[in-house]
Design a protein around this ligand. Structure first.
Ligand SMILES: Nc1ncnc2c1ncn2[C@@H]1O[C@H](COP(=O)(O)OP(=O)(O)OP(=O)(O)O)[C@@H](O)[C@H]1O
Ligand code: SF4
Ligand SMILES: [Mg+2]
Length: 340
């Protein structure tokens, strides 16, 4: 893993959304908020990729939007390049916007279908600085080289581009403004499988060339494994396991991580070799912020909790498991981690 200084440090970050009021509101035990992100801490070094995984609704996009200050955090601290940016105003954030950019799942995000690629790139190149037309032309061609597109695409309208080409132009736009931290939220999910591999390779090449830092969010665990130096696994607003990718993937210690990856292994018809054999539960799939109210939030779905006879530690409201280092920077939030 690279040992450059952190570009991003996040401390106890929380984002609670207000619940829409309904006729059932008076019976809602959690009051008026959804704790979409609930005390998340991590750091990301220059030239490093952190994968962020977890089921739909666990808070990945909210983490991404909050660290880029597209959403206001409820509490916690965000440091970029050693500077506390948690409470900067929009005006104070503006110069930092060129450093930290988001790549959205939607391939059309930011691509006006009525604009030619040349104008889209020009807009990005000139957003923060005055640049002559001749310089814009040179930089645009350089950007197309970087994302492996032909110069002839400069004359195309974005509506005429394929999905893969749109994604490349989206990446060229964030390079045009000089971004150093890229938060990619499902950057490959809207693409065909063959194109996904090309985009992943492109992002990896650009990281090597430009020393970029990535936060990479994806449902595709194989892609996350391929892209990431380290992985954080989220469950219901909290990181439950985090560490170097190989360790989290091949020696998962949190039951949730283990189940996530073993379902991928099952899919690939490989045999799992973990110390505890876990069965996927019939209730798998549906979850929400209402459950559980006490102790470990994974307890209602945790096979280890069942196997150990529902130990009191797991449901003790004063003892919610917190991330702790089990060696080598591998952190797990579980009272009974697997194989430890
Ligand atoms: N603007 C909002 N207002 C209210 N609730 C929100 C808002 N944005 C997100 N949420 C809620 O916060 C929780 C986390 O949502 P988020 O989009 O971060 O999940 P996610 O992990 O990115 O899911 P997915 O994998 O489906 O993209 C969800 O319960 C969601 O309904
Ligand atoms: S703390 Fe208990 S319920 Fe939570 S994941 Fe660990 S074993 Fe399961
Ligand atoms: Mg999301």
């Amino acid at each position: 893993m690279p040992t450059t200084p952190p570009i991003l440090e996040v401390h106890q970050l929380s984002k609670h959304f207000s619940r829409k009021r309904s006729v059932l509101s008076p019976f809602n035990r959690r009051g008026g908020t959804i704790p979409a992100v609930d005390g998340v801490s991590f750091y990301l070094r220059q030239n490093e990729t952190m994968g962020l995984v977890g089921e739909s609704g666990c808070g990945k996009t909210t983490v991404a939007r909050t660290i880029l200050r597209l959403t206001q955090p409820t509490s916690g601290k965000i440091e970029f390049d050693g500077r506390d940016i948690t409470h900067l105003t929009d005006t104070e954030m503006r110069p930092l916007r060129r450093d930290m950019q988001m790549i959205f799942q939607d391939l059309d995000a930011g691509l006006n279908p009525k604009m030619r690629v040349s104008d889209i790139l020009k807009e990005a190149i000139t957003v923060h600085e005055r640049v002559s037309d001749a310089e814009v032309e040179v930089r645009s061609r350089f950007l197309l080289d970087q994302v492996n597109l032909q110069y002839s695409k400069l004359g195309s309208y974005s509506a005429e581009l394929s999905g893969g080409e749109k994604r490349r132009i989206g990446i060229a736009r964030v390079l045009a403004v000089g971004a150093r931290l890229l938060v990619a939220d499902e950057p490959t999910s809207a693409l065909d499988v063959s194109i996904q591999a090309q985009v992943v390779n492109l992002l990896r090449d650009l990281q090597k060339q430009l020393g970029l830092s990535y936060m990479f969010i994806s449902h595709d665990l194989q892609v996350v494994e391929l892209m990431s130096h380290k992985v954080a696994v989220m469950y219901l607003g909290k990181i439950v396991e985090m560490g170097v990718t190989e360790r989290v993937v091949s020696a998962a210690r949190h039951p949730y991580t283990y189940i996530l990856w073993s379902s991928l292994v099952e899919k690939q018809n490989r045999e799992a070799t973990q110390p505890v054999r876990l069965e996927r539960r019939a209730t798998w799939g549906v979850f929400d912020f209402e459950r559980p109210f006490r102790g470990c939030r994974f307890a209602p779905r945790c096979p280890v909790f069942e196997k150990r006879g529902r130990p009191a530690e797991c449901t003790d409201p004063a003892n919610e498991p917190q991330l702790r280092d089990i060696g080598g920077g591998h952190q797990v939030a579980c009272h009974f981690p697997l194989g430890v």
